[in-house]
Design a protein around this ligand. Structure first.
Ligand SMILES: Nc1ncnc2c1ncn2[C@@H]1O[C@H](COP(=O)(O)OP(=O)(O)OP(=O)(O)O)[C@@H](O)[C@H]1O
Ligand SMILES: [Mg+2]
Length: 379
């Protein structure tokens, strides 16, 4: 077992001036499951391949445990990698596929058989050991690829989108299997995915990358509750956080007919940046509906019966009913602009298309970001 540290690790591909991975600083604890996530092209695979020794490091360094591995060949790093296409050898049995690396390493037959059988037991592959890969389902092939990594008892597992060849349902069950297997084996793991749900459900911690730059490293909970900037706020969470740019008024921001209070620290931080607006983030589940109805039949849920109802008027365009919950996709006028918003509603009382909802962000559940720099201003 081992820790992994990226220390300002940088990769600039030949012919490019912009680094694909730019001064990555990341420490993975012994036994930790760390997920690298971000949109396509953000540098996830490059980071993993640098750790594996498959890609040159042009600046900074990488350590596994106490060893500086920056310029070591892959075979000397004591890692095992699981790729997106499992690349099983089609002419070999499952057992031979799983034991192949050990055979190359000169391990004797009896020891190989023992390790393969142990791994097969863990992965529920015992009855398939004599089959060829083509006679297996996608999920079973994926487990053989995992088995090939496990038998090597490496210090670190590296996985690059290992589930992306599986259908949606199998992906969900397999991600649970991999996460629980990793916890049982306790082997430090760096796992790459572009799927934020996969990242949030599997990782002890999640590292978000964008354009080769690390945005935030945090536990899934903190990442969701306190995204460090606008990018992370919009990337983590499904449906995504609502982000609206609103003018700063006395002590808060104007949200339709309501003023949403903002902490003095956040307001003065915005002023320090010379901003007259802030970008407020509200997750779909953090709106309170204060009034709901379709024009004349409007029913007021608020005690306040003044003419203009409190909050922001949202016109319902689409309603997604998921059983327990419903999501309203609507639009509203915010800060003089048309804005699409998503509001979670009770699945048993969903509004109709064309109806108007008046919503206010729940107190204490708003996120405030600098409109100019995107960084988080609220705590
Ligand atoms: N061999 C290469 N030569 C030149 N540029 C490369 C090479 N491999 C990757 N890149 C570029 O480096 C950047 C990061 O690529 P990388 O493969 O690390 O992205 P990724 O986050 O894994 O994306 P995806 O989710 O699509 O797999 C991209 O802009 C890509 O075009
Ligand atoms: Mg990739």
């Amino acid at each position: 077992m081992a820790t992994v540290s990226f220390d300002k690790a940088t990769r600039v591909y030949p012919g490019s001036t912009k680094p694909a991975v730019d001064q990555l600083e990341l420490d993975v604890a012994d036994g930790e499951f760390l997920v690298l996530v971000g949109p396509s092209g953000c540098g996830k695979s490059t980071s993993l391949r640098m750790l594996a020794g498959l890609e040159d490091v042009n600046g900074g360094s990488i350590r596994i445990g106490e060893r500086d591995v920056t310029h070591l060949p892959p075979k000397d790093r004591d890692i095992a990698m699981v790729f997106q296409n499992y690349a099983l050898y089609p002419h070999m049995s499952v057992a031979d596929n799983m034991g192949f690396a050990l055979k190359i390493a000169g391990v004797n037959k009896a020891d190989i058989r023992k390790k393969v059988e142990e791994a097969a037991k863990i992965l529920d592959l015992t009855e398939y050991l004599d089959r060829k890969p083509k006679a297996l389902s996608g999920g079973q092939r994926q487990r053989v690829a995992m088995g090939r990594a496990i038998v090597r008892e490496p210090q670190v597992f590296l996985m690059d989108e290992p589930l992306s060849n599986l259908d949606a349902k199998l992906r969900v069950s397999t991600r649970t299997q991999i996460a629980s297997l990793q916890r049982r084996l306790g082997i430090t793991t760096v796992y790459v995915t572009h799927d934020q749900v996969e990242a949030m459900t599997m990782g002890d911690r999640v590292a978000v990358l964008k354009d080769g730059l690390l945005q935030q490293v945090d536990s899934p909970r903190n990442m969701y509750d306190r995204p460090a900037n606008l990018f992370v706020a919009g990337f983590i969470g499904s449906p995504a956080m609502n982000l609206v740019e609103v003018p700063i008024t006395d002590g808060g921001v104007k949200f339709g007919n309501s003023v949403v209070p903002i902490s003095r620290e956040a307001l003065s931080a915005a002023a320090d940046r010379g901003d007259s607006t802030v970008t407020v983030g509200v997750r779909p589940e953090h709106f309170d509906i204060v009034e709901q109805g379709g024009g004349e039949a409007a029913t007021s849920l608020s005690k306040d019966t003044a003419d203009a109802p409190a909050g922001l008027a949202v016109t319902v365009n689409v309603v997604e009913e998921l059983g327990a919950d419903g999501y309203v996709y609507g639009d509203a006028q915010v800060g003089g602009e048309h804005k699409d918003l998503v509001v979670r509603v009770n699945g048993r009382a969903v509004p109709e298309k064309g109806a108007k909802l008046h919503v206010v962000p729940r107190p204490g559940e708003t996120h405030v970001f600098a409109s100019s720099t995107g960084e988080r201003l609220s705590d």
